[in-house]
Ligand binder design. Sequence first.
Ligand code: TRP
Length: 453
Amino acid sequence: MTGTEKSDHGQWSSRFAFILAATGSAVGLGNIWKFPYITGENGGGAFVIVYLLCVLLIGIPIMMAETMLGRRTRQNPIDTMITLSDEAGADKNWHYLGWMGVIAGFLILSYYSVIAGWASAYVLKAFTGSFFAADASEIKGLFDGLIASPIQLIFWHSLFMLATMSVVARGVKTGIEKAVRFLMPSLFVMLILLVAYAMTTGSYDQGLKFLFTPDFSKLTGDSVLTAMGHAFFTLSIGMGAIMVYGSYLPKDVSISKTVFLIAGTDTVVALLAGMAIFPIVFASGLEPAAGPGLIFQTLPIAFGNMTGGWLFGILFFVMLVFAALSSSISLIEPAVAWLVENKGMNRKQACIWSGSITWLLGFGTIFSFNIWSGFKIFDRTIFQLLDYLTANLLLPIGGFCIAVFAGWIMKRQHSEHELGMPNTLSYQVWKVLICYVAPAAVFLVFLHVVGVL
Ligand code: TRP
């Protein structure tokens, strides 16, 4: 991932390289696929406000903390926690935080890859002209047909996992850095064009109103948890991905500025996706709460109707697959870095191991959309369970521990030094957020969900 492809821990070529990689990790299916559908399921505006508050007050401070922990030791997340707890004279058990991250990464990637597979399948659908002259119900039929077919899903999931593994095996810097440099700005421009298309649907106002007018009566305890969990998911924090990227970050780079830039870009992309999708939802008489298929049931309608929609549709889904790829690689990088640095494997072997485990796990998600759709635990399918367990539980718990470690365990002079802002106002603000606000917020949301509060 460092471009050196050796077992020794390398370094990004520049601050810009880190920004690209971390933004590539943050911007992905979470922004374009997940944010719109969970916003739709949770009633719109009020949910969006809670999500934005969580990004600002919990996500950004924790993202700074996670980057800082990784950069201080320049090791994989598990060894980072061992080294740092030693340094602070704290309990060794902190290294379980690294382990939890590795497991969370496998679990997330197992379903992330299946959804990225849907996006890949849509590149082909766009190419063969399936979106033309199709009405909303035909478009829905296309999607339903895809997820009903285990064979097709296995094919696309396998393809996407192979792509992820081959990029990670080669090291992120060589392959993906170049691709991301060009593809991310393109995705951005395409989203803006889609928003422009949404303005012509006649339901633009209704879409924006849904997204930005809060109705707090629609907010349940679980939606608050989902909004908070999504703040972690979309920023890629709470499981060591940003920690491992931070570990490749040169020492002289300002963590705070960099993190603000990444989190800001990530948020803008999510909001643009929402602004593009909801007007189409309302104009086509669809349900905002349609679930994980939302973008696959709405965007093709836009592509089928707009001039140049054929090419646009293909390019859009290609971009989406690349956005997913630049995220998926960060989900197995902690495991790969650990295997390389501790088990004497080379990157290729480490990728084959971790990729195969994830690939197998992915079958659970695939079947939860068809042959096992009736199989539910706690009223959730395997996919829903994995999503809930990781985004709503493991990431916030991981983030909570990172906050406690960075705020309470690590010595003040060390965090001041790493963040490069000794005793400034910004440091004080960060310190208050990381010691009190972020951990308390996570804790209170959990209490609220279990009904204590
Ligand atoms: N942030 C990515 C997205 O929004 C997903 C992702 C990549 C992720 N790496 C992560 C989520 C690490 C949690 C933890 O699509």
